[in-house]
Design a protein around this ligand. Sequence first.
Ligand code: NAD
Length: 487
Amino acid sequence: MSDHTLFNFVHGELLENTSGQSFDVINPATNEVIYKTQVADEFIQQKAIESARQGFATWSAMTAVERSRVLLKAVELLRERNDELAKIEVLDTGKPIQEADCVDIETGADVIEYFAGLAPAQLGSQQPVGEDFFYTRKEPIGICAGIGAWNYPLQIACWKSGPALAAGNVLIFKPSEETPRGAVELAKVFIEAGVPPGVFNVVHGAGEVGQWLTTHPAIEKVSFTGEVGTGQKVMQSAASNLKEVTMELGGKSPLIVFEDAEITEAVSAAMLGNFYTQGEVCTNCTRVYVHKAVYEEFIQELKQRTENNIIVGDPLDPKVNLGALISKKHQKLVLDYIEMGKQQGATLLTGGHAVSPSSAPDGNFVAPTVFIDCRDDMTIVKEEIFGPVMCVLAFEDESDVIARANNTELGLAAGVFSQNIKRAHRVIHQLNAGICWINSYGNSPAEMPVGGYKRSGIGRENGVETLNSYTQTKSIYVGMSQIDSPF
Ligand code: NAD
């Protein structure tokens, strides 16, 4: 057990709390406590708000170009420290280093770079009204809060801080209590790059600290990433002073593979969309609908590649491509779903059990699991599992598969594989999902807005519209003619 303690990060420095209250952070690949983290007690909470107020006064008074320059310096530092930061993410999350090394920090830095570039180009408008006219200004909202999930800790912190800071706001960020270190590292990078103290504060803790953020009257907007149920609670508390909300929630997304698809490509997409980050990705295509004409060919290749090409083990080993699930509790939840799948009559094609690899015998590993011959009414087909569990379902008719794909409360993502371009677009236009891929799966460049339909979310992250969502429009009417008064 480590005696290292991680503090909250307030006003440019690590700040010790007064209560001494802390919690353990556990490495999912070993189940050892790797460090302790101090809870944001009342003292920290008060300091974080005071600091954010000061930070906002300084940051919002700078020009967009000045802010952009500082943020681009942070991007440079993030890229320089890629390897060190990737290792921190692996220890906290259990994901393979071969992913963290080229995705987590990279895609976080890309988003900050994108918004830093975009912010100085934001324009207000001007319109004449007779002799008078009005103009609009895009002003920052003020103190915003970000609340993150544990699957992409540093990336989520970047995706929320990038647009918020570029638009002139300040952010108080609460990372998941399971993975608190990445956000603190980002905070240090921002300070080193020249972001003024108070512009990005990090507070630690579980639901209570999240709830404090969502009810505090000084906070004007909450951007949340997590489960649907938690999102509902966040929205309810945010209603207390009518905060704006952005919700990035769960999914149970369909991938539809038509008979004219390139099967090897479709198998690659299905595997990426179920086994990347050991299945802990919100947009995963956990319902794979395969046309009957290519069903046998698809599952044969899927079985062969799943059994031969996946290496489960110590996530720090660069050869490993399937890591450990976030916690023992989560591993049990995923294994319970697998049992339910067996009991409800799905056929296990491969996997379906816990794994104890020799390189990391005590980690929370689950074998990559594929169920075939699934029915739409099975629990494993209806509920988000958030682990390496794929459900394959057969279909014959286009309109029928669209109806089945849409028959869910969730609507985060969807994919279609077909070489017939008219069909691919026709089908994707009818799917109720916010993030869609044709002959591809999972790519999420900074330029592309992402977010859910239905219960999967509200608002978007990335893309131009997200910068706008961190601003409020001020309209200013200017009288040039004489006032027409009846008094
Ligand atoms: P979670 O909802 O349990 O926790 C998310 C965050 O909310 C954590 O920081 C947690 O401490 C905090 N929290 C808990 N209770 C709270 C409350 N009452 N008020 C305020 N904050 C509270 O989610 P998780 O288990 O960390 O993450 C997994 C979920 O996140 C999955 O459902 C996944 O689909 C979703 N997710 C969505 C996206 C997306 O972009 N759509 C991305 C990643 C993860």
